[in-house]
Design a protein around this ligand. Structure first.
Ligand SMILES: Nc1ncnc2c1ncn2[C@@H]1O[C@H](COP(=O)(O)OP(=O)(O)OP(=O)(O)O)[C@@H](O)[C@H]1O
Ligand SMILES: [Mg+2]
Length: 298
């Protein structure tokens, strides 16, 4: 479970991860989205059974933005370049397919959650911050614009595959965006994410784009009520296991603390694709000697 903060009665609020696909994180500029996501990396950082990939649409290289501090704990990252993001999304979708192919053989079940994440088969968070950068439609007829439009469509398709197929193999996708419109979070992605939370919004239409139509039935919980500096870090999210929404205050994480945790846990960062290869390639298995070293048949 991912602890996101506390509700207005002080009770802890969690997002369930087990057997879940992903979470949409929305909300206006400076609402607290990136803080929540760097806190996520810090919270799970000490666990070797969790790995992180980060795509950050705000900067040319994720090494320079909000995620610079946690980068030592991130196995793969990309900045705002559509091609770079596309390459990383492809890599994650390939991991999804490879894991799906190998799950029965390696885990003895097609659903990782039946056995739980492990150091060798970690839960992978795919954080896509400023996701509108990668999804929004590029309109124009010149060659470069058409190429960008094709990449954006491909990014939507790949992210959709991650959200739809990631659950059982242990990939949890988190698209975050300040632009809560249909082209920033395509409904094809939003509707398959198991959780959604939104910091302040300017219009109910934006709240609906982030949280779904049901927020219209709960006007008190509409994140348009969360405007103002006292609500920075406060989000509205669909309640788990019951109808309606909860308001949650997320804790602020000092960047220096995030950096310290990432540095201390950097040695746990591993590429899940390599981990899978180690599990499945016979020559790398510890219990079987590599072929070259195998004793010659008598
Ligand atoms: N949970 C919180 N409690 C108190 N202050 C916070 C919290 N989260 C963020 N802040 C403050 O708000 C600022 C902006 O937060 P953050 O960068 O997380 O917003 P954002 O939603 O990612 O904004 P943007 O849309 O511009 O990327 C932070 O630098 C911090 O000062
Ligand atoms: Mg941000």
């Amino acid at each position: 479970m991912w602890p996101v903060g506390r509700d207005e009665y002080g009770a802890p609020v969690h997002v369930e991860l087990k057997n879940k696909s992903g979470a949409v994180v929305a909300g206006g500029v400076g609402g607290g989205k990136s803080n929540l996501l760097t806190a996520l990396v810090s919270y799970f950082g000490p666990s070797p059974a969790v790995q992180f990939a980060v795509i950050d649409g705000k900067v040319s290289d994720a090494a320079h933005g909000d995620y610079a501090d946690v980068l030592p704990r991130v196995f793969a990252h990309a900045g705002h370049d559509l091609r770079e993001a596309n390459a990383l999304l492809r890599r994650l979708v390939k991991l999804l397919h490879d894991r799906a192919t190998m799950a029965r053989q390696v885990l003895g079940t097609s659903n990782m959650w039946n056995v739980g994440p492990s150091e060798q088969w970690p839960l992978v968070f795919a954080v896509i911050d400023e996701s509108h950068t990668f999804f929004h439609d590029h309109k124009g007829s010149d060659k470069e614009t058409r190429a960008l439009a094709a990449l954006a469509a491909e990014n939507i398709r790949l992210t959709g595959l991650l959200v739809k197929g990631g659950r059982s193999v242990g990939i949890y996708t988190v698209p975050a965006t300040q632009k809560a419109t249909g082209d920033a979070i395509p409904t094809s992605i939003r509707d398959v994410c198991s959780a959604a939370l939104s910091f302040y919004q300017r219009t109910t239409e934006a709240s609906v784009a982030a949280l779904g139509d049901d927020i219209r039935n709960w006007p008190d919980m509409d994140p348009i009520n969360l405007q103002g500096s006292q609500y920075v870090g406060v989000a509205s999210m669909a309640a788990e296991g019951r109808p309606g929404f909860v308001r949650v205050r997320t804790p602020y994480l000092e960047p220096a603390h995030a950096a310290a945790v990432a540095k201390l846990t950097a040695h746990l960062t591993q590429d899940p694709t390599e981990l899978l290869a180690n599990l499945t390639s016979p020559s790398l298995r510890k219990d079987e000697p590599p072929e070259d070293d195998a004793p010659a048949a008598a």
